[in-house]
Every structure is written in C-alpha cells, then in structure tokens.
Design a protein around this ligand. Sequence first.
Ligand code: TMP
Length: 408
Amino acid sequence: MVKNCRLSNLKLKKIFDFGKQPLGNGFLKKKNFNKEFFFRMEIGFCMQSKLVQLIKQPPPKMMFHSKYPFFSSLSKNMQQHFEKTANQIYLKYKRKKNNFFIIELGSNDGIFLEYFRKNKIKHLGIEPAKNVATISKNKKIQTLNKFFDDKCANEIVKNYGKADIFFSANVICHIPNITKLSKNIKKVLNKDGYLIFEDPYLGDIVKKGSYDQIYDEHVFFFSIHSVRNIFKKIDMTLIDALPQTTHGGSMRYIIKNSLNAKTTKNLDILLKNETKLGITSLKGFTKLSNKIKKSKKDLLKILKNLKKNGKSVAGYAATSKSTTILNYCKIKSDLIPYINDTTPLKIGKFSPGMHIPIKSYEKSKKTEPDYYILFAWNHIKEILKKERNFIKKGGKFITHIPKVRIIK
Ligand code: TMP
C-alpha cells in the first residue's frame, strides 16, 4: 500500500476517503458479480512535491488490458481537439530539417497520430491495450503494442531514434511510477526536444467540485506546481501551461528537455492562480472535501424526491467517472434503473459496483425517462444539442457540475 508520495517519498496528507470503490471501467456481466474487485479509494497530498494522488491503486494490468473499453475516436469533439492539437504542435515545433519525429504515449486508436500518418510525418504510437492498438495499426499508424518501460524506451532509441516531441493526452496521470516514466521520456527525447502532455487539471476539479475525475485509473491529479517539480528533478523545464476544455477542464504542459529554459509570463500568472486557489497547501482541499460531501447530499435528495413524485430517471453515458459518483453516493438501480451508452463493449453489461444495467443508446431512446442524469457532463454542449427533441418534449437533464441541479 502506498502511503508516501510517489515523487518525494514523503508521507502523504490524506485529503478524502471515497470508501470502497470498484474499477472505474470495470463494466461486468452478472456471472462475474461475485468476483468483482474493490479497493479503498483515498486521495492524498504531498506538502513538498504538491502532488495530489491516489493513496492506493489497483495493479495497472487489471485496468489496461486487451478489452479496455475506451475508444477515443467515438467522440467528435475529441477528434476535432486532437486534429487541431496535432496541427498546432507540428506547425510550432517542426524544425527546418525535414526529419521531425513525434512519439505518442497511449496513442489509443490513433486519433492524434492520424494527422502525422496522413501528412507522411515520422511518428510512433505506444499503446499497451491490444484492442485499440490493433485499430490504430489497421489505420497504418506506426504503433508499438507495449507498456512504456526501460526496455521499450531503449528499443525505441535503437530502432527509431530520438524524438523532437513526446506527446501524451490523458495518459501520464495513469502511470504510478512517475520518476521512472519521466526518466524514460527524457531518454527518448532529443536534446532540446519537448514533452507536451495534457491531463485533467486539479484546479478545475477543485473549482468545479468534479470529484468524479477521481477513479482508480487516475493516480495523479496534476497541478502546474507539481508538474514543474516532477521535471525539475531530471533537469527538464516546464516553460508553459495552456488550459484546455477537454475532459471537463484539462491543462496542457510544455516541458523542454533542458535546464533553465526560458519560461512564459502566462506560466507565472497560472502559478499565482494556483496559490490563490489554495492547491499548493491544504487549504483548497478542505474546500474540495466539503464540496464533495454536499454534492452527494444534494444529488441523493433530488433523486429520492423525483422517485417519490413518480418521475423516472436514467443515466446518460456510462462513463468511468460515473463509477465514482454511483459508488460514493451508493446509487443503485432503485434510483437509476439503467444507464444508456454508445460503446458496444459496455452494452448489456452492468455498471461497476452498483450493478446498474447498461442499455444501448438506440434501444433506450425508444422509451425515454422524464430525467437523465448527465454522467458525460464534459460533453454537455454536444449532448444537449443532440437531445434537443427530448428537451422539447419536456425531458430534463440533471447535472452535478458545478453544483447539483436540474438544467433549466
Ligand atoms: P468520457 O469521454 O467522458 O470518458 O465518456 C465516454 C463514455 O461516454 C463512453 O462510454 C461513451 C459515452 N457517451 C455516450 O454514451 N453518449 C455520448 O453522447 C457521449 C458524448 C459519450
């Protein structure tokens, strides 16, 4: 059990205890209910490294296996986001020489690298989940179906050379051994190359009370301060940070593989904002804890009231985030009889822990409830637009971000 910071090795201060939780993406069949895996989900803060992290995490191989049910390209917004990002990065960082090389860690089904394949630019995806790696390979995107460890890093340098850019989105926050990972990233980067990565941002979690970003797969909840500390240790410099709207509020970090590189004014402003928000000390986390407790109370109150008044409620999108809400609030199928979802691997199964049935989106649309609780709240715009007929007919959405309410 990890009790110390994964970066500084100092003792963590406990911030919040979510109790017993299953795997966020552990959608399962009825026959496997009695074999289900649970762990005590608590988060802690390191006063020195400023890293917020899970105190204990299930083994990575339990989470990222051949049937990992997450396909990046299923969301139109994400497709647009990655195409734009790829274009921005290439235009900004390509050098005069024409041998630009980009590596992506956790390349999923190739949503980001597709741009480089199309434009015949040297690229390499590293993707440990076999099902998505195969999709990416079938699209002719150069992909290694491997965990990124010492051996893999050495193999990359030997067989492909060093990269100008090492990119990763929504992946680094999943990897517990951050010291080893950062060293391996440095190993495959050119001198003066850049690591560019984005992950859900701690500042947004605290501001919005979006505690459902916390589940087994996310071991770290990065702030700009903590990212700066991670890479300072290996002589890399965080030079800039760029807020993103993806995943309900993310941050993109630009880190140069050199010591004492010039940093931006924007970075100074964002660092000051973090101090004001209280996430460089324990202050901000007391506020977060209170927000989480209130969110649970308010959500249960709405759901119980609706049930008492004979209204029907269903879940909209079986996100991994919803696992935290359902299990922390102990919401079962008496309050939410089913959740709809578009992912074939989830349909026909049950939600982790609380065992709410997952119905196919198409089938569930035939008999709609009075209310949907929006678990994919990070796609709110896309969904409210898609569901305008449901809303026109008097249907309503419930959200818990930034506070529990019925969307009017
Ligand atoms: P995430 O990108 O927030 O993790 O959400 C992914 C899950 O949400 C995935 O199972 C697909 C599901 N989903 C729907 O079912 N309908 C939708 O309209 C959206 C945007 C997502």
